[in-house]
Ligand binder design. Structure first.
Ligand code: ATP
Ligand code: MG
Length: 601
């Protein structure tokens, strides 16, 4: 009998390993056949599998009881910028693996570099992780919590002859290090006595030497083919105030030294990081082995890259500081705060992170896939409404002046349980300017002189006259006639090819609408010499004369709607005010990702 959890069964020579996982969204059964060639995986949940190669490693570790059945991960952001969608992948992976395996995940700020870190970033990171739906409970740590311990361990390395104080300048150190094809040369300070090293390191800590005068280096192997192992610097002098430890320290540990020890102190089992740290793993392992302390394992996965997007915090900060965007939370930014303001939901982001999976090789994910995730989420949830973004007035000459009908309109055809709403109809309405052409091409099924269209939820109208500005020739208004027998829902069987959305002139509510496009106009801005050379200067279009149906008048900040034929929109949580609606377009309705999937079968 299968039980929730994991285990094995045997059928003669065949050994199957099963894993049943449950989370809020679904349960999954995965079964692997353990044969000579390795594992073959089948997953039965119909959709994507939540399993990945890291889960396989965890499964192995359960089998061999490597960590006593524990899974303990951490998400270790450096507080030097706001989190982006790439971090969301890492958050979902670390917190997700812990949750799926009955384990824990810590939030740890990697604040070893005092010159770059700011409290604003710490606060935003906490907000973003929580908003994504994850909780570190009481396990929020800072690498700076361990500065005393890290110092003690450095002293220990000196005492065991595994670290030394080096006086070479940064430039000399680079020269001595060698290259990929040439081994390095030992520093002339490499063989200092333990006593001298202890004395100098102590005096580095006491602030006796200027920045750059001396460093502490691990004594590993200057001939190693891995440059990271050629006596890497583990402490440097920095006369900078730290956001948590103030002026207590003027020497600070390097990331490669602080990270494995922080993992070890916290009892992390699986230290998951991105691929560029693969070459640093030998140093991770060396540090823990040299200190003879508890040893987690580092596992690398491919970072998320998205088309038309840059993901480095340094580059994102440049966009903010140089005014290309309005801030870290500009709705065009790939930051979590930007996506939130744009209208993305945590569920859609988590689904996206699940769908892209976890790989061992770097690749580029089509941004259409991210957009697909929010469409999928909103399709059955967002109320449908009518909004005219570029209004053109239509007078229905045969409709009684002063009459108003409250028409019934379904709120969401994908979800009939959401019911219906009332939409007022009257003699003067607005339609979209581009829904009318005076001289239409063939197959233009919208409005044109003498042509008929249906007004959504209302009547069929026919265009009878076009009024133009005498001087400019611009179209000012249309005069139409309606067919009173064709009211929607009245059983009328008359069909026309086009259906237009509209708003009643006397009832519509004004709104500002912001339409967004990709921030960059090349697929991979990182490939350009200067990523800013391909900034899309048309990434924001602000329309200030829009009209929306009256039911939206009091729409709360952050509420989401589908504007028929235009896409999904959110009431901007920052700029909208009572009586002054501002909408951000989350995403248009055109789903290029669904199309790609369909084409590929
Ligand atoms: P950036 O280059 O954007 O500054 P970073 O790696 O320096 O990113 P950290 O704050 O150090 O940023 O990252 C915290 C965690 O998030 C790390 O474990 C890192 O590997 C992971 N991470 C960062 N960027 C991505 C990404 N694009 N895809 C997946 N994980 C990422
Ligand atoms: Mg980093």
């Amino acid at each position: 009998m299968l039980k929730y959890g994991r285990g094995r069964f045997k059928f003669g020579k065949i050994v199957l390993r099963y894993n049943i996982e449950c989370d809020q969204r679904c349960s999954r059964l995965s079964v692997e056949e353990l044969n000579d060639k390795g594992a073959m995986r089948m997953t039965t949940n119909g959709s994507s599998t939540s399993s990945n190669f890291i889960q396989n490693i965890i499964n192995e570790d359960f089998d061999t009881n490597k960590y006593g059945g524990r899974v303990h991960t951490r998400f270790p952001p450096e507080p030097n910028g706001y989190l982006h969608i790439g971090h969301a992948k890492s958050i979902c992976l670390n917190f997700g693996l812990a949750a799926k395996n009955g384990g824990l995940c810590n939030l740890r700020f990697d604040d070893t570099n005092p010159s770059k870190e700011e409290v604003e970033y710490v606060d935003s990171i906490k907000t973003d992780v929580k908003w994504l739906g994850f909780d570190w409970d009481d396990r929020m740590y800072y690498a700076s919590d361990y500065f005393d311990q890290l110092y003690e361990y450095a002293v220990q390395l000196i005492k065991t002859g595994q670290a030394y104080v080096c006086d070479l300048s940064a430039e000399e150190t680079r020269d001595y290090r060698g290259t990929l094809t040439e081994p390095g040369k030992p520093s002339p300070y490499r063989d200092r006595s333990v006593e001298e090293n202890l004395d100098l390191f102590e005096r580095m800590k006491a602030g006796e030497f200027p920045e750059g005068a001396r460093v502490l280096r691990a004594k590993i192997d200057m001939a190693s083919p891995n440059l990271n192992m050629r006596d890497p610097v583990i402490y440097r002098i920095m006369k900078a105030s730290h956001h948590r430890t103030g002026d207590k320290w003027c020497i600070y540990p390097m990331y490669d030294y602080a990270h494995p020890i922080s993992d070890s102190i916290e009892g992390i089992t699986h230290s998951i990081c991105t691929l560029e740290f693969e070459d640093h793993r030998p140093l991770y392992d060396w540090t823990l082995d040299a200190l003879k302390i508890y040893h987690p394992q580092q596992i690398e996965f491919a970072r998320l890259n998205l088309t038309y997007t840059v993901m480095s915090k340094r580059k994102l900060r440049q966009l903010v500081e140089e005014g290309y965007v309005s801030g870290w939370d500009d709705p065009r930014m790939p930051t979590i705060s930007g996506l939130r303001r744009r209208g993305y939901t945590p569920e859609a982001i988590r689904d996206f992170c699940e769908d892209i999976g976890v790989a061992k090789a770097n690749s580029m994910v089509d941004i259409a896939m991210l957009e697909h995730s929010i469409r999928e989420y909103l399709n059955s949830r967002a109320p449908r409404v009518m909004a005219v973004l570029r209004p053109l007035k239509v007078v229905i000459d045969n409709y009684p002046a002063g009459q108003v009908e409250e028409l019934d309109a379904e709120i969401n055809p994908e979800n009939p349980a959401m019911g219906t709403r009332k939409v007022p109809f009257s003699r003067e309405i607005y339609i979209e300017q581009d829904d009318f052409l005076e001289d239409p091409p063939k197959k233009f099924f919208r409005l044109s002189p003498g042509n008929e269209v249906r007004l959504k939820h209302a009547y069929i109208i026919k265009c009878e006259r076009v009024v133009k500005d005498e001087k400019t020739g611009a179209i000012i208004e249309l005069h139409c006639a309606y067919d009173p027998e064709t009211r929607s829902g009245s059983g009328s069987t008359r069909k026309v090819k086009g259906t237009l959305h509209w708003v009643s002139a006397a009832h519509a509510v004004p709104a500002e609408v912001r339409l967004y496009d990709h921030l960059f106009n090349r697929e991979n801005p990182d490939e350009e010499k200067d990523f800013k050379s391909c900034i899309n200067t048309n990434s924001l279009e602000t329309l200030t004369a829009c009209l929306v149906e009256p039911g939206l008048a009091g729409a709360p900040l952050g509420s989401r709607f589908q504007f028929l034929r235009h896409g999904y929109f959110i009431v901007d949580p920052v700029d909208a005010k009572p009586g002054a609606l501002v909408f951000n377009r989350i995403v248009s309705l055109k789903d290029s990702w669904a199309k790609i999937m369909k084409k590929n079968g």
